[in-house]
Ligand binder design. Structure first.
Ligand code: ZN
Length: 357
């Protein structure tokens, strides 16, 4: 409050209170990525400082501070109305999974982990630092530190955390050549994610629109001059990256050990055939805007597969290798997955395996 200049006690000491909001990359926990590497750096870990001033704890003298207990918890802070990461399900109650054996709905969101959930203050201690390891799932989270004096709640402080890959941009849903002929159609939206078409910076976007042209040209060359192939893109990354589940049933149970917002461990089980898997793989990659899935069929221009135009592995590898040759580097690599090809853009930043090239 500007008009209270000189009245220092009313002003939050920002220099010692630390950040009230930080941005962290989503993590990859071993529990949901099994055999994969997880972060080898500290990109997904931050320290939050909570300050409890004399104003916050008016009845508590410095000597009495050891009677103050701070209880921390993590909550999702986004909602259907404010969902920048596109990770909030509007009909979340339609989906359930077993939590410690009990069918639970909606499916609890993994919120990340804290270094401490309960801290008792020491004499003269008014700042508590707590480590936060970001969730696999991008989004807005709040970490709340409630101060209890002799068992009664006195005050609560909140820090916001934005869990996101910072520089993702939306890739155009449709692309056309200069004759207005459609080159690509980006489909694959589901009720779980409307925004499945984000890629890292302009770099990946340009390379992706370029490779689409190479695919169309290579298809024409290999398929009797048929120049009407439309590249059908199905999934890139979410607006803020992170775990990209698509909701599907599998023929085997999947159990994952997690901790809730209070630090209590629980086991979540997604039953075979039954539950749509929310907050669970399949997509182990697609987390940082470098990976794009391309259907092994042409699009028909209206979002359907044109099964009369199959794209063979030989077609796409030829397009990729021609493009890499012209670019004088391995811009793209391609592997076959179920009913599509999985492209990785190697010139983008690798947030998950920073030392791999
Ligand atoms: Zn893929």
């Amino acid at each position: 409050m500007v008009f209270l200049q000189g009245c220092e006690i009313d002003i939050e000491p920002t220099s010692i209170s630390g950040p009230t909001a930080i941005t962290l990359r989503p993590n990859k926990f071993t529990d949901v990525t099994m055999n994969e590497y997880i972060y080898s750096d500290t990109g997904g870990v931050g320290v939050l400082n909570f300050v409890y001033t004399e104003n916050d704890l008016p009845q508590v003298s410095n000597e009495e501070l050891p009677n103050v207990e701070i209880r921390f918890r993590i909550e999702p802070a986004d909602s259907i109305e404010n969902d920048p990461a596109n990770n909030v399900l509007s009909n979340g109650y339609a989906y359930s999974a077993k939590v410690n054996g009990t069918l639970t709905s909606p499916i609890p969101r993994p919120v990340g982990r804290l270094s401490n959930y309960v801290v008792r203050l020491e004499k003269d201690q008014r700042i508590v630092s707590v480590g936060y390891t970001a969730s696999d799932v991008s989004g807005i989270y709040r970490v709340i530190g409630e101060a209890y004096y002799k068992g009664s709640l006195v005050t609560a402080k909140t820090s916001m955390v934005y869990v996101k890959i910072p520089d993702l941009r939306e890739f155009d849903r449709k692309g056309y050549d200069s004759y207005k002929k459609m080159l690509w159609n980006f489909v694959g939206q589901t009720e779980f994610h409307i925004s499945n078409n984000y890629v890292q910076s302009n770099k990946v976007g340009y390379a992706l629109s370029d490779i689409a042209i190479y695919i169309v040209d290579t298809y024409a060359k290999n398929h009797n001059g048929d120049s009407n192939f439309i590249v059908r893109m199905t999934d890139a990354s979410l607006p803020w990256g992170g775990m990209f589940w698509i909701g599907y049933t599998e023929d085997t149970d999947l159990s994952i050990n997690r901790v809730d917002g209070y630090g209590n461990p629980y086991t979540i089980t997604y039953d075979a055939y039954v539950h749509k898997r929310v907050y669970a793989p399949p997509h182990r990659t697609h987390r940082d805007g470098r990976n794009i899935d391309i259907s092994s069929y042409s699009d028909d221009g209206s979002g359907n597969k044109d099964t009369s135009r199959p794209l063979y592995i030989g077609d796409i590898t030829e397009a990729v290798s021609n493009y890499n040759k012209i670019s004088h580097m391995e811009v793209w690599s391609v592997i076959k997955e179920a009913d599509h090809y999985h492209l990785t853009c190697n010139i983008a930043s690798n947030y998950y395996y920073p030392y791999e090239y």
